[in-house]
Design a protein around this ligand. Sequence first.
Ligand code: NAG
Ligand code: NAG
Ligand code: NAG
Ligand code: NAG
Ligand code: NAG
Ligand code: NAG
Ligand code: NAG
Ligand code: NAG
Ligand code: NAG
Ligand code: NAG
Ligand code: NAG
Ligand code: NAG
Length: 472
Amino acid sequence: MVLGQVFVFLTALAVVGLMSVDIIVFPECGLTGCNYWDRNYVIEEVAEIIPSPDSGVVPCKKKSYTQRNSMYVAVNLYEKFIELDNQNDTNLHNKSNDILLYNTNIVFDRFGRLIARYRKFNLYAERTHLGVNSTKEPEFSIFTTDFGVTFGIIICFDIIFKQPVYGLLYEKNVSALIFSGAIYSQLPFLVVPSLVSGWSYSMNTTVLFSDMPVKKGSVGGSGIFMGKSDPLRLIMEEHYDSKILISKVPKPVSSANLPSLEEKTHENEKSNFCDSMFIADEKLDYYTYQSISQNLTHKCNNLLMNSFNHTNENYTCTIRAVWQINSITNQSEYKFLSYAGERNFSTASINNYVEVCGLTLCHKSPNGGCLEPPIFEDAFSITMIHIDIFSVSTVDAIVIPSTLNSSLHPLSVKNFRFSKSKTRIGNHENIIVHMNLIEPVSNLITFGFYKLPEVSNPDPASYHSRNTTELN
Ligand SMILES: *[C@@H]1O[C@H](CO)[C@@H](O)[C@H](O)[C@H]1NC(C)=O
Ligand SMILES: *[C@@H]1O[C@H](CO)[C@@H](O)[C@H](O)[C@H]1NC(C)=O
Ligand SMILES: *[C@@H]1O[C@H](CO)[C@@H](O)[C@H](O)[C@H]1NC(C)=O
Ligand SMILES: *[C@@H]1O[C@H](CO)[C@@H](O)[C@H](O)[C@H]1NC(C)=O
Ligand SMILES: *[C@@H]1O[C@H](CO)[C@@H](O)[C@H](O)[C@H]1NC(C)=O
Ligand SMILES: *[C@@H]1O[C@H](CO)[C@@H](O)[C@H](O)[C@H]1NC(C)=O
Ligand SMILES: *[C@@H]1O[C@H](CO)[C@@H](O)[C@H](O)[C@H]1NC(C)=O
Ligand SMILES: *[C@@H]1O[C@H](CO)[C@@H](O)[C@H](O)[C@H]1NC(C)=O
Ligand SMILES: *[C@@H]1O[C@H](CO)[C@@H](O)[C@H](O)[C@H]1NC(C)=O
Ligand SMILES: *[C@@H]1O[C@H](CO)[C@@H](O)[C@H](O)[C@H]1NC(C)=O
Ligand SMILES: *[C@@H]1O[C@H](CO)[C@@H](O)[C@H](O)[C@H]1NC(C)=O
Ligand SMILES: *[C@@H]1O[C@H](CO)[C@@H](O)[C@H](O)[C@H]1NC(C)=O
């Protein structure tokens, strides 16, 4: 473990310990670092052997910080797991025993007992760069707290795929998720708060999300997301800048009206675009795009209207928009964007089928300019957007609304409507998604629909064989 990081964690525990907090969630890589690109990083040196949660073990009996602070604590570690070749062989150093490495979240209860362990199923670059393994089947790891909430656990890249999320929500019936991440933002549709709040909204599930952006200079965005209600807390954060978000969270099991909230904060809100904050893994050339003002269908004084559609045999995206120009600008413009096809999300993944349909503010340039932060001039007010999607592909994938305003916040749930329905025509299942603005907005960056990939497809060629260093 990185000593400086341990200090940050202990400080965090001490601070929230004074506030009768029930549960604290730390980000992915928080203790170990996410040093995918550091050739000198030896993962075995930071990986720990983690006992099974069934053993009810208290790993640090004397100086348990979780015990002293009396709260549930979720942390992320690299786990070293020794698969004994012969169950009777107690010698862990035996060379014939397989050493597996997992990216693992563990949870301690108020007494420091280990009560849950989850091994990340959908690996990002840690498989190719660090030799981390995944379990063959997704684990549905849950724990029930003494305040009556059953949590499921997921890590980072897990958020975009069907499993283990569907198992947790539909089989284990969890009412909230603990989500540790090290995610960075990608314009225009996958800025972290847009992704997680859209996800929470779409799945109507409370998410306690703790993020640490993995690439230098990039931003993530931690928060407490509340399903069909607005997030209780939300920040964009920069690399290695530690902040604690605290909020009273209404119990997700109850369907009563939300109580009024008392909030405490330990950070300054940040709201400006900064070039280095975004990483353009996305490629604009796979989108079909068009300036919103090209071939206008209606123009009435300064009220403009246009529509756009993009269709293939499996997919239709239709967008209609009405807007108003407050001041003439030659720097930025909205573009309609649509894509149905494959993209890869990491060095290790291939053929992830996604669908995207929406509009975003771009630089005024013939070849896109939508992947960099837009120049925000307050030049437009959007009075109406209607988006309709019809799709017959990957009908079980998670679909989310992706919205973003110039403060890098997703729109309030009061500003838009989003609905998804699954129907059957003949032998074909299909989904219909409808999304629209409820009231005019003047600080819009992005408004659209994103169908996330159903399953991750790791590229077998990217599994590297590595020399495991001697255990000691
Ligand atoms: C190591 O494992 C092999 C195969 O299971 C076994 O035959 C051998 O006795 C073990 N060696 C030690 C030192 O335990
Ligand atoms: C392990 O030990 C038990 C009892 O000592 C024995 O019955 C069993 O055959 C052993 N298993 C192996 C794989 O050696
Ligand atoms: C664990 O990962 C390493 C590195 O990718 C790989 O060589 C090994 O075969 C994996 N083990 C299993 C059981 O999948
Ligand atoms: C989850 O809910 C479904 C439907 O209400 C029920 O059939 C199932 O047994 C529940 N599963 C668990 C693990 O509670
Ligand atoms: C979302 O979940 C809450 C309870 O957590 C429930 O009261 C509400 O009706 C749900 N909303 C929708 C649209 O399903
Ligand atoms: C739309 O605009 C483009 C460029 O301004 C033009 O080339 C094209 O003919 C127009 N299409 C229609 C249907 O008017
Ligand atoms: C979509 O495209 C079709 C064919 O090009 C056209 O007939 C239809 O009017 C378009 N719809 C919208 C809303 O633009
Ligand atoms: C439509 O779906 C079918 C069946 O999955 C597939 O073979 C075909 O390539 C898809 N077409 C496009 C344009 O994606
Ligand atoms: C933008 O418009 C302003 C005023 O109309 C003009 O002075 C400026 O040169 C234009 N900039 C570019 C890059 O076209
Ligand atoms: C995925 O995309 C990244 C960045 O564009 C590229 O470096 C990587 O090789 C791609 N991976 C695969 C498996 O195609
Ligand atoms: C962006 O949206 C949030 C609510 O989601 C709101 O609090 C904030 O004021 C908005 N910012 C702007 C510039 O409109
Ligand atoms: C593994 O280590 C051995 C001995 O140190 C070395 O000869 C071999 O080339 C290494 N293999 C790989 C794939 O690095």
